[in-house]
Design a protein around this ligand. Structure first.
Ligand SMILES: [Zn+2]
Length: 135
């Protein structure tokens, strides 16, 4: 018999399969509050031409719309793959109480570190915001 976490993750895996069937990277997510699934999503950046259309972002937007609030206290977000920096940040802003992911992602989860490398001294930066200048 599945624990609730296992049952919700099983549903997230079904959503990931929908993404795969649509030619997307297979990631699925859902949000639960008080034992009720309030939103679901799967990866859609390719089909929507939207780089932010990750499974978690789609689920967060749907949960916020349903809740009439951008904050989602008391929620658990289940996702099949470790969230990237964008989604992790959005989850913090939304006050998701408990993130649960199935598989670690050493590639995407390091996205923030890659961005940091580009901001090192000597890298291109907008005028007036150059690192290492006197002001
Ligand atoms: Zn993401």
């Amino acid at each position: 018999m599945d624990t609730p976490d296992q049952a919700y993750m099983r549903r997230a895996i079904q959503l990931a399969r929908q993404a795969e069937a649509a030619g997307e990277v297979p990631v699925g997510a859902l949000i639960v509050r008080h034992g009720e699934v309030i939103a679901e999503g799967f990866n859609r950046p390719i089909s929507t031409h939207d780089p932010t259309a990750h499974a978690e972002m789609i689920a967060l937007r749907a949960a916020a719309a349903r809740s009439d609030s951008y904050r989602l206290p008391g929620t658990t977000l289940y996702v099949t793959l470790e969230p990237c920096a964008m989604c992790a940040g959005a989850m913090v802003h939304a006050r998701v109480e408990r993130p649960v992911y199935a598989a670690a992602d050493p590639v995407r989860a390091r996205g923030g570190q890659r961005l940091q490398c580009r901001a090192e001294p000597g890298a291109q930066s907008p005028p007036g915001r150059r690192r290492g200048s006197a002001r």
